[in-house]
Design a protein around this ligand. Structure first.
Ligand code: GLN
Length: 481
């Protein structure tokens, strides 16, 4: 069961030569063969190429010999890239590595396969993938969350040691919470997006999805830091994140926003998080009430800014430069229209239409400009809260994983799944979701994972990781299916 061990254990075994990188890869390969047909997390994997890399793996590097699964929105040289969309599936092979992949390779890791996702990262359940369904390994009648649903399901099912996801409004933290694993969204600008297909450029970040906080810190260390190829990447030198994994929560000031425990929250989620808070208080954390008064505007603000940016970013899929091209176009306009109409799914079209509308003359001021003003108010809420506390703590999501189809007919209900995660992206914060117990099992539903979210100010990953590691010591590590 090598593939179910955390990276730190595997590294010990690799360095002492008790196992080889090839043994580990074969273990992952056989677990995928046994389990993934029922889960559907993987879109692609290339074990012959990975085994060739494993032969050369530099075990002196921090991730030497560790296979890592990649959300299929990130370019991995010579592997297909789909972004969960028909517009790219079968039509595009990445000609280069994204910066995060170059860095993973430099740290000795092996990016061996690609994971399913909502089309262009738009969604909260992976049901918007145009390619396949991904099931929650805890309860296959439920969604794994999204948009990084494949990345979360693979870690939870034990078919990946660790994965990369992306988080624009919650897409790392929400699926981590639904599948009962650890998911870290770095601060805006901490990790290069060069080679990651853009959805909403002022919001998204790439981050690790793992078995425990130590693994998340190891991967973050490898992928983060300034990158001349991405001008939005912060230039501050990278701290040593492993140093943060000590000290625990004693003396840390944790703020509980009243808005994250109010209407709409599932009673079991609330009870689990409140119970965790009591334990943390007993262990020496200081608990303070805080208020984030603009929380109720966060989802609306996000869906104006994110769709506006998506409408511009997705203009590159025009039937000429990348991906699907319609048959026998009558003229250039017909080629654009039909290639896009045939290639994009309904949610992507909805967002392109919405985004084009909020940017159009006459509506720009009423919607887009106003959304940016509200975005500053949301940021200010956090700045004020962080004057009193070191971190914000609450549930990651208002509910545990929901059933397939529960929200597909009502996009607004789907959008509300991100109510506690979205504001962190609008404010550029870093955040993490950690396992926080489960719901009570019933005769027809197994106990479902519940996620606890910690948020810290921009570039405060050391504080975030110190607290997350401390919480994990108290609440326990991921409990695999
Ligand atoms: N669920 C949100 C959306 O649909 C967030 C997605 C994400 O973080 N990529 O846009």
């Amino acid at each position: 069961m090598l593939h179910t061990q955390p990276i730190s254990t595997l590294r010990r075994l690799l360095v002492s030569r008790e196992i080889s990188p090839a043994d580990l890869l074969r273990s992952v390969e056989s677990s995928i063969a046994a389990t993934d047909p029922a889960i559907g997390a993987y879109l692609h994997r290339d074990f012959p190429a990975a085994l060739a890399e494993a032969e050369k793996a530099d075990l002196t590097q921090p991730l030497g010999g560790i296979p890592i699964g990649i959300k299929d929105i990130i370019n991995v040289k010579d592997q297909p890239l789909t972004c969960g969309s028909k517009i790219l599936a079968g039509k595009f092979t990445s000609p280069y590595d994204a910066t995060v992949i170059t860095r993973l390779r430099a740290a000795g890791a092996i990016p061996f396969g690609k994971l399913n996702m909502d089309e262009f990262a738009m969604g909260s359940s992976t049901e918007n993938s145009a390619l396949q369904i991904t099931r929650n390994p805890v309860d296959p009648s439920r969604v794994p969350g999204g948009s990084s649903g494949g990345s979360a399901a693979a870690v939870a099912a034990g078919t990946a040691v660790a994965t990369l996801g992306t988080d624009t409004g919650g897409s790392i933290r929400q699926p981590a919470s639904f599948c009962g694993i650890v998911g870290l969204k770095p601060s805006y600008g901490r990790v290069s997006r060069f080679g990651c297909t853009a959805y909403a450029s002022s919001l998204e970040q790439i981050g690790p999805m793992t078995r425990n906080v130590t693994d998340a810190a190891l991967i973050l260390q490898a992928i983060a830091g300034p990158d001349p190829a991405d001008s939005t990447c912060r230039r501050e030198p990278l701290p040593d994140f492993s140093k943060a994994l000590s000290g625990g929560i004693k003396g840390l000031r944790l703020g509980l926003p009243e808005e994250y425990f109010g209407a709409g929250i599932d009673p079991e989620v609330r009870a689990a998080v409140e119970k965790a808070v009591r334990k943390l208080e007993q262990e020496g954390a200081e608990i303070h009430p805080v208020t984030l008064p603009h929380t109720s505007s966060a989802v609306a603000t996000y869906y104006i800014i994110a769709t506006a940016e998506a409408s511009a970013n997705l203009a590159r899929f025009d039937g000429i430069r990348y991906g699907h091209r319609c048959e026998n176009p009558e003229n250039l306009l017909d080629l654009y229209n039909r290639s896009r109409a045939e290639g994009f799914g309904p949610e992507v079209k909805r967002r392109i239409i919405l985004g084009t509308y909020v940017l159009s003359s006459g509506y720009y001021d009423a919607y887009y400009r106003k959304a940016w003003k509200v975005r500053y108010l949301i940021r200010q809420d956090f700045t004020r809260a962080f004057e009193k506390v070191d971190l914000i703590l609450g549930p990651t999501c208002p509910t545990p994983a929901f059933k397939f189809g529960a929200h597909t007919s009502d996009p607004l209900q789907m959008y509300l799944a991100d109510i506690y995660t979205i504001a962190a992206n609008l404010a550029g914060l870093c955040g993490i979701s950690l396992p926080c117990g489960r719901t009570a099992a019933t005769p027809d539903t197994p106990a479902l994972p519940i996620g606890l979210q910690l948020l810290a100010p921009p570039l405060a990953e050391p504080t975030l990781l110190r607290a997350a590691w401390g919480v994990e010591q108290i609440l326990g590590e991921v409990d695999l299916v």
